[in-house]
Ligand binder design. Structure first.
Ligand SMILES: [Zn+2]
Length: 228
């Protein structure tokens, strides 16, 4: 089986998408990129995570051709490929319809620096990718356009959900968790008051601090960002 190790990891983290509460049902999807072959491996379409096996995970090239698997790939394979085409360091992408990120994205509210932990994304406010129908080349193109302009590691997707990437699946998943946690904090703060948003200067300082003191994050075990 081609890229068996990566395909198994997509299965394992697919189960974590459910157990962490980041997604429900078959929503959301995960991919990984193998720089040696230039292929990505991605969740299959419409199979419950608990029933997905490594064989079900689809191997594709970045032009949308299936290299190995009898299954249909996630309809968002173009969106995932956009990250590997635009960000040379990207090795994994996590897309979820997580409750709080999706709530903000449906209300047209930016995920801001209500809590400093959003600095994990390397920015103070997550960019929002404009709306297009799910699974379409139009949506993938909007993602590519956003990625050319932004260094953020996570994005809201208008009226859809969120997407995060990283140089490992551990980091991409941790980024998705942090973004969701920050979205929930912001939602709660907005429910009781007007949140105090950290200033650009305050966030620049946190982002700089993360860079300087982030050595521990190169180790997978401690790459859980704010949650570590
Ligand atoms: Zn989606």
């Amino acid at each position: 089986m081609l890229l068996e190790e990566l395909r198994q990891k997509v299965v394992d983290y697919g189960n974590q998408l459910i157990s962490s509460g980041l997604t429900v049902g078959t929503a959301g999807n995960i991919s990984m990129f193998d720089p040696e072959t230039g292929y990505m491996v991605i969740s299959p379409s419409g199979i419950p995570y608990a029933k997905t096996t490594a064989e079900d995970v689809v191997v594709m090239d970045l032009k949308g051709n299936i290299i190995e698997s009898d299954r249909k790939p996630s309809s968002e394979n173009g969106l995932h490929a956009a990250f590997y085409l635009e960000k040379p360091e990207a090795r994994a992408v996590v897309h979820a319809h997580s409750m709080y990120c999706t709530t903000l994205a449906c209300a047209g509210i930016d995920l801001q620096a209500t809590h400093y932990a959003i600095a994990d994304a390397g920015v103070a406010t997550l960019p929002t990718i404009p709306y297009a129908t799910y699974g379409t080349p139009e949506l993938a193109e909007l993602v590519r356009e956003e990625l050319r302009e932004s260094d953020s590691k996570a994005f809201l997707m208008a009226n859809h959900g969120m997407v995060a990437y990283g140089d490992s699946l551990e980091k991409a998943f941790a980024m998705a968790m942090t973004a969701e946690w920050c979205a929930q904090v912001q939602w709660r703060a907005m429910a009781i008051s007007v949140p105090n948003i950290l200033t650009d200067e305050q966030m620049d300082e946190v982002i700089e601090h993360y860079k300087t003191y982030g050595q521990a994050k190169t180790d997978d075990k401690s790459s859980q960002g704010y949650f570590g």
